[in-house]
Ligand binder design. Structure first.
Ligand code: HEM
Length: 448
């Protein structure tokens, strides 16, 4: 489907700003996405137009807008054409880059890899990797920068649970490839001109596609339990295997979707536990109540016994959502909030803005996991919390993410107390994914 930008005049009735020549509002969004969205909402209202990352975008803000766009009952919005500007050259044809019927067929095929049996097997790999990773941290210096350490660990974990143990010798090359592709997603130059980040990203994609592509036939013939092997064997509703190119596009996207979001969310989780020692202690009590010997694997069947860990993880995802904005593109004309929105319009909903709306989240800057009790969730707008999106494109790895966060919390809190220097307030950079600019200085002290 070809979708064209609407003429500028077709958006002129929507209040907003064009920003500076050529770059529009990009620098403002890069420097302070939350403050910029809040300022524009005050100036222009919750439906407004701005210009960033090479194009004009209409932002639709607040829970009702999230529901309208993400649930998309009118089939107005393309995810593929929304994300194309960011992921087009790097992760084309991943699940998020497919729409409507085709998306549904592929999502059902991929969902097989997230059923309890394969999940159990991923947990075993995650558990070993997390236990080893944390014990390495504890045996090295007690003070270190958390973000680079967790980033290494989450990519190692994605590699072993998604690709299996065989990828060990290639791990460094794989890590570099993802670092290059992810950096290219927000590179200023959007074409792969030699010497640019985009050119490095496109090269890295080719490396990964060649690397993974060389293994499909062998994986179809073996009985490995890793995610790649599951995808090589998965079939669509009509019983056909995914084509090799489809397997590669999905795998490449999944590796990216999984490790960076987890590195970001586990960093903010650790930070909020460090500065809220009362909550850290409550979670430690919950983890200890499992009655496991520290270092012992966390059984899959016991994941549900960590509700406070899940609530606290959700609260850190609320405060610092790894996907601060979700992008779409209108494939048909529509009305929202009293405005006509023409076909072709780039649309953004904003998790970071919604998650800090004071009328939805009283004292929005306060870390309070009790916002995620069953009663509190039931009393709130269903689309007030969109860290994992919503509707047809809701994060497919959501249960994988909770599983990894719980496994990580279990091993970390049963062996160490987390602290940060007094009065420490790291500054967060939000693009391409939220992370503390200084890497987050933490201190781990063994509990026993
Ligand atoms: C805390 C961790 C994570 C967060 C916050 C997160 C967030 C999101 C969000 C917001 C979306 C929806 C984007 C949209 O609607 O355009 C999404 C989609 C997706 N995520 Fe995640 N994600 C996380 C972890 C994971 C993991 C671990 C995996 C894989 C194991 C994964 C795989 C996917 C996939 C495949 C999609 C596309 C779903 C579709 O289009 O149907 N994510 N994620």
């Amino acid at each position: 489907m070809t979708v064209r930008d609407p003429p500028v005049s077709a958006l002129a009735h929507i209040p907003g700003t064009e920003g500076w020549p050529l770059i529009g509002n990009t620098l403002q969004y890069l420097a302070d996405p939350k403050g910029t969205a809040e300022r524009f909402a005050k100036l222009y209202g919750q439906v407004h137009r701005s210009y960033s990352f090479g194009g004009r975008t209409v932002s639709l803000l607040g829970p009702d807008a999230n529901e309208f766009v993400l649930l998309d009952q009118g089939k107005f919005f393309s995810s593929e054409h929304g994300w194309d500007r960011v992921f087009g050259l790097l992760f084309p044809r991943g699940l998020m880059m497919r729409d409507f019927d085709e998306h549904r067929v592929h999502r059902r095929a991929l969902a097989v890899a997230f059923k309890p049996r394969p999940m159990k097997s991923y947990l075993q790999k995650l558990d070993q990797g997390i236990a080893t990773g944390i014990s390495t941290w504890l045996n090295a210096s007690p003070s270190f920068r958390f973000y680079p350490a967790i980033k290494r660990l989450t990519l190692d974990l994605a590699a072993v649970s998604f690709l299996g143990d065989e990828c060990g010798p290639d791990l460094d090359a794989i890590k570099h490839a993802y670092a290059d592709m992810i950096a290219a997603c927000v590179g200023v130059v959007r074409r792969p001109i030699p010497g640019t980040q985009m050119s490095r990203g496109v090269k890295a994609r080719k490396f990964m596609i060649d690397y993974l592509g060389g293994q499909i036939a062998a994986r179809r013939a073996n009985d490995g339990h890793d995610l790649f092997t599951q995808l090589c064997k998965t079939t669509t509703d009509d019983g056909a295997l995914l084509t090799p190119q489809e397997v590669l596009d999905h795998m490449n996207f999944l590796m990216m979707a999984a490790h960076d979001t987890l590195a970001s969310s586990l960093t903010s989780f650790v930070y909020f536990l460090a500065v809220n020692p009362d909550w850290q202690e409550k979670l430690r009590e919950e983890v200890n109540a499992l009655g496991l010997t520290p270092g012992e694997p966390l059984p899959y069947e016991r994941l549900d016994e960590l509700p406070l860990v899940e609530m606290a993880f959700n609260e850190s995802l609320r405060l610092i959502p790894p996907a601060p904005s979700i992008l779409r593109r209108a494939v048909r004309d529509m009305e929202f909030g009293g405005f006509h929105i023409p076909q072709g319009t780039h649309i953004a909903v904003n998790a970071l803005y919604t998650h800090h709306m004071p009328d939805v989240w009283p004292e929005p800057e306060k870390f309070d996991p009790l916002r995620f009790t069953d009663e509190a969730i039931a009393a709130r707008h269903k689309y007030a919390f969109i860290a994992f999106g919503g509707g047809a494109h809701t994060c497919l790895g959501l249960r994988f993410a909770y599983m990894q966060a719980k496994c990580f919390a279990y091993h970390l809190l049963s062996t160490a107390v987390i602290s940060v220097p007094p009065n420490y307030k790291p500054s967060w950079k939000y693009w391409p994914i939220p992370l503390p600019r200084d890497g987050l200085r933490v201190n781990l002290m063994r509990v026993r």
